[in-house]
Design a protein. Sequence first.
Length: 878
Amino acid sequence: MLRRRAQEEDSTVLIDVNPPEAEKRGPYGSTAHASKPGRQQVAGCGAGSPAKPRIADFVLVWEEDLKPDRPQDSAARDRTDVHRTWRETFLDHLRAAGLRVDQLDVQDGDSAVHYALLSASWAALCYYAEDLRLKLPLQELPNQASNWSAELLAWLGLPNILLEDVPDVPPEYYSCRFRVSKLPRFLGSDNQDTFFTSTKRHQILFEILAKTPYGHEKKNLLGIHQLLAEGVFSAAFPLHDGPFKAPPEGPQAPRLNQRQVLFRHWARWGKWSKYQPLDHVRRYFGEKVALYFAWLGFYTGWLLPAAVVGTLVFLVGCFLVFSDIPTQELCGSQDSFEMCPLCLDCPFWLLSSACALAQAGRLFDHGGTVFFSLFMALWAVLFLEYWKRKSATLAYRWDCSDYEDIEERPRPQFAASAPMTAPNPITGEDEPYFPERSRARRMLAGSVVIVVMVAVVVMCLVSVILYRTIMAILVSRSGNTVLTAWASRIASLTGSVVNLIFIVILSKIYVTLAHVLTRWEMHRTQTKFEDSFTLKVFIFQFVNFYSSPIYIAFFKGRFVGHPGNYHTLFGVRSEECAAGGCLIELAQELLVIMVGKQVINNMQEVLIPKLKGWWQKFRLRSKRKAGASSGAGREPWEADYELVPCEGLFDEYLEMVLQFGFVTIFVAACPLAPLFALLNNWVEIRLDARKFVCEYRRPVAERAQDIGIWFPVLTAITHLAVTSNAFLLAFSSDFLPRAYYQWTRAHDLRGFVNFTLARAPPHFAAAHNRTCRYRAFRDDHGHYSQTYWNLLAIRLAFVIVFEHVVFSIGRVLDLLVPDIPESVQIKVKREYYLAKQALAENEALFGTNGAKDEQTQGSELSPHWTSFRVPKVSQLQQ
């Protein structure tokens, strides 16, 4: 049943209307909390604050210009006043929600930087942990984390050089959804300092920040996201554990904080050959970041066999270059084959001049390529199957198996803008609701915009094609013998660079547009929002990055016509493959885009964070007094504010998924693609790790069940790769024409070059007073020969057989390899049993002290709150 939301309702912020005496003295009563590793100690400040350590979970920052003589127009003054009002209202509501807010100022005569240090009381943490459906531990498990390579080496009795002895390994637990009334049954509940980990405290505080209003909720004046976008706050972030560099070695080994452990054993370049400490990453950065690094490491590990096989196939090609009879015939033909011009105003040319290109093409176009294409198709299927198993194992180990279905809450932006509420079909709780029909209409309108942007990409592709054709004509007219001979290659290479420039520019524009469209579509959860945004951007980027290789692989040179009857595009003769054929052009295009993009991205990932960090430090330190500018005098929140804001994982995933496409879709044209991807990823893992540990502010730990819509995208790419490689081998490679010639003419391939060349029609030869040859299976009048039709039938049959064989094997593998390992299924059932016991009302089942539960609930956990809307006071005291 849908209900219109009342216009007068305001917010969900809890207000402390009757705080107990302990909370009037301070949120931690009269005793100081012990320091927990990973939580910063904040010195007391302000009148009446106790001079004892207390805990800061989150930091809000805003900057203020104090120059009295700086002129401001009335609009700027009004904006400053509005921002001040919003900020004060927001901080007041945070205090009402059970948070402690301590404000610290760093200023000189002209400017000030204000820090609001936020910490949550025990009662607030318990209430919101239940409200957010967080899972907390019931029973510790023996740590069983392992992987296939470690198990294989152990079985063989070989030393594992990949193993890294990382200290303080996080334990595994059976866990269940937290209930305040069942607090004593959760492991570690007797220690308020350590019961909630730092990441869970950050999640709770960020949820409060995201849902706290700073004005009327119906005007969408709600949440920290809006305040950051409006410039009311400059930053909002949880604190790092401390510096990432460990203290100097002394007589005793120094005790490392979590950040230092990650830096020493993960984020250093010297650890490129070691396993990633994923459980440590998850404990410090949360499940979403840990799943990205788990997937990246898993993908990189699987690239190793692909790179080895691809390199062997390439070496086989190197050997065949010098023993291949058709290549020898071509290089030794001298002036036997005079070829027709490749473009308008291009000269006639000798086939023997293409010797170097023919040899280069032979590196990639031979029988081993067929085997490698089949190998890579099965490799991709197995990679996805075993990642599903790995993902299921990690999701269980990290308590995320049912996150999307049960635990995930509506987005604050959605909750503020949704026009009505409706019961959640799974939990039964009322939640903000947006009609699916309205969302479908908005998504349809957004699809039109996507189609328009894809059309823009196609227009850019056509312009690159015309550029290559015109460039080839201009270079051939230069009069330079060397340039004329390489006209097509120069045009192709520069065209690849121009295409890369178009790709980079259009990507920046479209990502911004896609974000606006996705916000407008009103998706309920953050996962749905990210999936929709990801799909939009990937569709565009797929066309953006792959359109040029697809054109070269399947369309270039296929609609040229023949001498005397050439086809044109906008009055320009259709582009023809260069002297070495289209496959070598495709390999060149792949290397330019794939390797060029990787180099550009890695340079950006290294330089941009460093430049941003340098500018932030320079800007902030210039505002401090001379005596407070040294690094030793900085507080932790000041040091963290000098770091770069974390920009999320979308660009990282997109880069790797596009790379996966290059490795699989066009692998028949470039067997070395997996090797380049492997080398890049070895750098990428440590580069990304270093950014998160050393250069980024600590991101809020986000939960995730899997890698999201990226897995269906990878599955679609795998299916497309099978079809693409089948058509590449059938229509762009010489594999089938060679096999046909061996079967029908000569097994040793002598005369194959002459077999693939047609003669120009008589009227063309008469017009130019000379005859010439061109690559085609046509008769002397330009009509397709019987050989062409025979080969076409063979090619189509090859595509069908190749696809059916690969898809059939993939289906069998899918059935044979369970998506969830049996060991995980048993653990899930065991955890369900323990959770059912822990939350059961019948105390006799396990002999716990029900009176203790009641006493704990009535004294320590009753926060004495009411609310603007929900929850009610009675709900908080149950």
